[in-house]
Design a protein around this ligand. Structure first.
Ligand code: C6P
Length: 420
C-alpha cells in the first residue's frame, strides 16, 4: 500500500466529488515527511500543482520556449498564441468583459501595488480617504500606507467583531465623499471569513469611491464574476489556484485602466519610442513591461483548465464538509481556541492551544508529517486585534480528506501530550 492509499478517505461524501481521482492528479500528496505520509494543510500559503499543470510547463520549456509578441518565427508565434489564450481563459474565469481588462502581474501583491501607484497617485490626494479593513493581508495594507504617506491622504480601517466579521455599520459611518478607494479582501487568509463584498462594493459606489477586491484566498474556493460584483479591480495569485508561483492577475474595468498611467516602463508596453517621448501600447500591454513570466501565464491557463474540468461547485461543497468535520472536532481538544468564527467562513482553521506557542505546534505537527502554517500570516493587525502574537493555521483544499483532518487532530493531541 502506498502512502496516498493509506490516507485515502473512507469517509462518505454527501456529493459525487471523486476525491480519489482528484488526488491521483497531485503526485506530491504521496510524499512522506519524516517517515509519515505528507498531510498538506498549508493550502492558503500555496496550493499543490496537478500533473496537468506540471506537464504544460514542461512542454513549454521542452517544445516551444521562446519570447512572445516579438518574433516572426514559429516558436515565438506559438508561445504568443498560448500566452494570449491563457488571458482569454482568465477573462472567462472571472467573467470579465474583455481580455483588455486582464493584466498579468507577479501576484496579488503586485496587482495591488500597481493600482496604488498608478490609480492611486493620479486620483488620490491630500484630504482624500482610503478605506481598508482590520483583517487585511500586509499586501493590502502597506501599499495604501505608502500611498497615503506620499499623498497626504488618510487610511481608515473597518473594524471587526470578535467572530472576525466586518462591522458593517462602522463601514457605513466611515464612507463619505472623501472616500476615493475601498480595498477589501474577499476572504481573509488569517480567519477564513468570507466578506460581504457585493454590499461593500455597492455602498462604496454610492459615495463615488472605487473598489479593489483582494481575491487571493477566494479564487481557489469560490466562483467569481467581476461583472456581477461590479468591482473596479480584482486581484489574485496563480500559485494559490493550483498554478505556478510568480504569476497573478489584475482585473480592472476597461475605462479605468485606460485612464491610468503605466506602472513600469520598458519593452512591450510601448507603441512608439523616440528620444523625446513614448507613446504607450494599448491595453492590456500598457501594464506589462518587459518579458513577462511566459511559462507562468501558460501554467496559469492550465490551472484554470484544471479547475474548469472538475466540478468546482462540488469541490467547494466538499471543502465545506471538511471544514465542518474539523470544526466538529475542536471542542474535543482541551485548550484549543478558534480564531475566526464567522458565520460565512471558508476552509481555514486558525487556532491557538493554551500555553503552547503556535511555532511549537507547527514543529510538532511537522514531526507527524502534517504541514500547517504558524505565525502572524502576514496579517499582524488582526493578531493585534485578538491580542495574540500568532496562530496555527490549517487550510484545506479539495484534495484533502477527512482522514487527513483526523491526522491533524491526532497530531494536535500529540502536541498537547508533549507539552503536558
Ligand atoms: N497569503 C498566506 O499564507 P502573493 O504573495 O502576492 O501571492 O499573495 C499575497 C496575499 C494577498 N492577499 C491575501 C488575502 C493573501 O492571503 C496573500 C498571501 C499567504 O496566507 C502568504 S503570506
Amino acid at each position: 500500500m502506498n502512502n496516498s492509499e493509506k490516507i485515502i478517505d473512507a469517509f462518505p461524501s454527501s456529493n459525487d466529488f471523486d476525491i480519489n481521482k482528484i488526488r491521483a492528479d497531485f503526485s506530491i500528496l504521496t510524499e512522506t515527511v519524516k517517515g509519515n505520509p505528507l498531510v498538506y494543510l498549508d493550502n492558503a500559503a500555496t496550493s499543490q500543482k496537478p500533473t496537468q499543470v506540471i506537464e504544460v510547463l514542461d512542454q513549454y520549456y521542452r517544445e516551444y520556449n521562446s519570447n512572445i509578441h516579438r518574433g516572426v518565427h514559429s516558436l515565438s508565434q506559438k508561445a504568443t498564441d498560448v500566452y494570449e489564450s491563457a488571458r482569454d481563459k482568465v477573462k472567462n474565469f472571472l467573467n470579465a468583459n474583455s481580455t483588455k481588462e486582464i493584466i498579468f502581474v507577479r501576484g496579488a501583491t503586485e496587482g495591488i501595488n500597481l493600482v496604488a501607484q498608478s490609480f492611486g497617485l493620479s486620483n488620490i490626494s491630500e484630504g482624500d480617504e482610503v478605506i481598508i479593513t482590520e483583517m487585511e493581508h500586509h499586501s493590502n495594507i502597506v501599499p495604501w500606507q505608502m500611498l497615503c504617506e506620499t499623498t497626504g491622504a488618510t487610511l481608515k480601517f473597518i473594524p471587526i467583531n470578535d467572530a472576525g466579521e466586518l462591522i458593517m455599520e462602522e463601514y457605513a459611518q466611515l464612507l463619505s465623499d472623501k472616500t476615493k478607494l475601498v480595498a477589501v479582501s474577499h476572504i481573509s487568509n488569517a480567519l477564513g471569513t468570507i466578506n460581504p463584498i457585493k454590499t461593500i462594493i455597492d455602498k462604496a459606489h454610492a459615495v463615488g469611491a472605487k473598489v479593489l477586491i483582494d481575491g487571493a484566498q477566494a479564487v481557489p474556493h469560490t466562483r467569481v464574476d467581476v461583472q456581477k460584483l461590479d468591482c473596479d479591480f480584482y486581484v489574485f495569485s496563480g500559485h494559490k489556484l493550483f498554478g505556478p508561483t510568480g504569476i497573478g492577475v489584475l482585473y480592472g474595468k476597461h475605462a479605468l485602466l485606460e485612464s491610468m498611467p503605466p506602472y513600469q516602463g520598458g519593452g512591450d508596453m510601448i507603441s512608439m519610442v523616440t528620444m523625446e517621448k513614448t507613446a504607450y501600447n494599448a491595453l492590456p500591454h500598457k501594464f506589462e513591461a518587459g518579458t513577462p513570466h511566459i511559462a507562468g501565464v501558460i501554467g496559469l491557463g492550465a490551472a484554470i483548465d484544471y479547475v474548469n474540468a472538475i466540478d468546482f461547485d462540488a469541490a467547494a461543497n466538499y471543502e465545506n464538509e471538511l471544514l465542518d468535520y474539523a470544526l466538529s472536532k475542536v471542542d474535543q481538544v482541551e485548550g484549543m481556541n478558534l480564531v475566526g468564527t464567522a458565520k460565512e467562513k471558508t476552509s481555514i482553521l486558525s487556532f491557538t492551544l493554551d500555553s503552547i506557542h503556535p511555532h511549537d505546534i507547527g514543529t510538532i505537527l511537522d514531526d507527524q508529517g502534517v504541514a500547517i502554517r504558524a505565525g502572524h500570516h502576514c496579517a499582524m493587525p488582526i493578531m493585534e486585534r485578538f491580542c495574540i502574537p500568532a496562530t496555527a493555521r490549517a487550510s484545506f483544499a479539495f484534495y484533502n480528506t477527512h482522514a487527513e483532518v483526523d491526522a491533524l487532530f491526532d497530531a494536535i493531541n500529540q502536541c498537547r501530550e508533549v507539552f503536558g
